[in-house]
Design a binder for this molecule. Structure first.
Ligand code: IPM
Ligand code: MN
Length: 375
């Protein structure tokens, strides 16, 4: 029997409830497919921060680096200023482990209601590959009042580091600014990953940018995309401005197969993607470093107002667990879980409120676990 040790960070709000169901389903998949999971719990999140002042320490990150995959619930809490936990824990993990691919399937499962009239499971089935370590997410910027000032800003990544020394001279009352950056290395690796995926699927890759306005950063993205495209002559490609692609996702989602996007546009378009696949309760994500430590999570947040009610939909988290197993090489278990989710939905008997039902979070988890055994 294969043994896996998987660190799990349930986090805040509804995190613990949905992770509990994810574990239930993954444990059951293990029984069926011959592996055993030892879960290693980590307390990081709002309570831990309020108690200890620690977000996530270098030591903990080092310890986590021995694992191939982390299972993550959600973070965010009303008692803490927005951004602290997100940057200190979630983005910290993505950057520390250089999880440069944020893989977000946008797949309308059979039986799920979509707000797009006349579109079916056949029309909505693509994958967004969101760059996950650069762009406007590097988190450097500042504020400056009228007059002269200096500022040093630094970006540290595994592959490179960049230092900006700014001499600011402004006669505006006050300015706020934020730098976005993409590197050649960082851009090429994520675009290459997307081409490989496209090559394995329907050989169609769409790129997202805003090169018409932000031409230094996204003109560069386009150049690198074009250069890598030359290595994949069988893959059909197109460029899309981010504003236009939001329109096409709604009007013609069937056009898309693999979509590759810089970090911030990828963030925005995948919330839209989540809605057309039936809602945030159904949208999983993987933060992947193909050679290192990856992390799997639902793309929704911690929904504090539902905390402790056993009410929210655990499917996004269970599906994220399936992506995790896929990353570990447990392909059969992974696809059995996705099938079990589909059966649960098609049966239509055990569903949470967001899907028009009255079942509890734990009922849905148990039903999907049962189906994993039967499929
Ligand atoms: C997401 C979230 C995060 C992001 C936040 C919570 C930092 O919106 O995973 O899409 O912007 O990446
Ligand atoms: Mn987001």
């Amino acid at each position: 029997m294969t043994q896996y040790k998987i660190p799990v960070i349930p986090g805040d709000g509804i995190g613990p409830e949905i992770i509990r169901e994810g574990r239930k389903v993954l444990d059951t998949a293990g029984e069926r497919f011959g592996f055993d999971i030892e879960w290693v719990e980590y307390p990081h999140g709002a309570d831990h921060y309020l108690k200890t002042g620690e977000l996530i320490s270098e030591d903990t990150l080092k310890e986590l680096s021995q694992y191939k995959a982390i299972y993550f619930g959600a973070i965010g809490d009303e008692r803490i200023k927005p951004g602290i936990l997100e940057k200190g824990i979630l983005l910290n993990i993505r950057f520390y482990f250089d999880e440069y691919v944020n893989l977000r399937p946008v797949k309308l499962l059979e039986g799920v209601w979509t707000p797009l009239k006349d579109k079916t499971a056949r029309d909505i089935d693509f994958v967004v590959v969101r760059e996950n370590t650069e762009d406007f997410y590097i988190g450097i910027g500042g504020r400056a009042k009228k007059g002269k000032s200096k500022k040093t800003l630094e970006v540290m990544r595994n592959m490179y580091s960049v230092k900006f020394g700014l001499d600011i001279d402004s006669d505006s009352e006050e300015i706020g600014y934020q730098l976005g950056l993409i590197s050649k290395e960082g851009t090429r690796r994520v675009i290459r990953y997307a081409f490989e995926l496209a090559n394995d699927r329907n050989k169609h890759l769409s790129s997202v940018d805003k090169a018409n306005v932000l031409s230094d950063i996204y003109g560069f993205w386009r150049e690198e995309f074009t250069s890598i495209a030359a290595e994949y002559p069988d893959v059909k490609t197109d460029f899309n401005f981010v504003d236009a692609i939001t329109m096409w996702f709604v009007k013609n989602p069937e056009w898309f197969d693999i979509v590759v996007a810089p970090n911030m546009f990828g963030d925005i378009i995948t919330d839209l993607g989540a809605m057309i696949q039936g809602g945030l309760g159904l949208a999983p994500g993987g933060n992947i470093n193909p050679e290192g430590t990856s992390m799997f999570e639902p793309i929704h947040g911690s929904a504090p107002k539902y905390k402790g009610q056993n009410k929210v939909n655990p499917i996004a988290t269970i599906w994220a667990g399936a992506l995790l197993l896929d990353q570990l090489g447990e392909k059969d278990a992974s696809s059995a879980i996705v099938k079990a989710i589909e059966h649960n939905i098609v049966n239509g008997e055990v569903k949470t409120y967001d899907m028009g039902g009255e079942s509890k979070t734990s009922d849905v988890g148990s039903d999907i676990a049962r189906l994993v055994k039967e499929i």
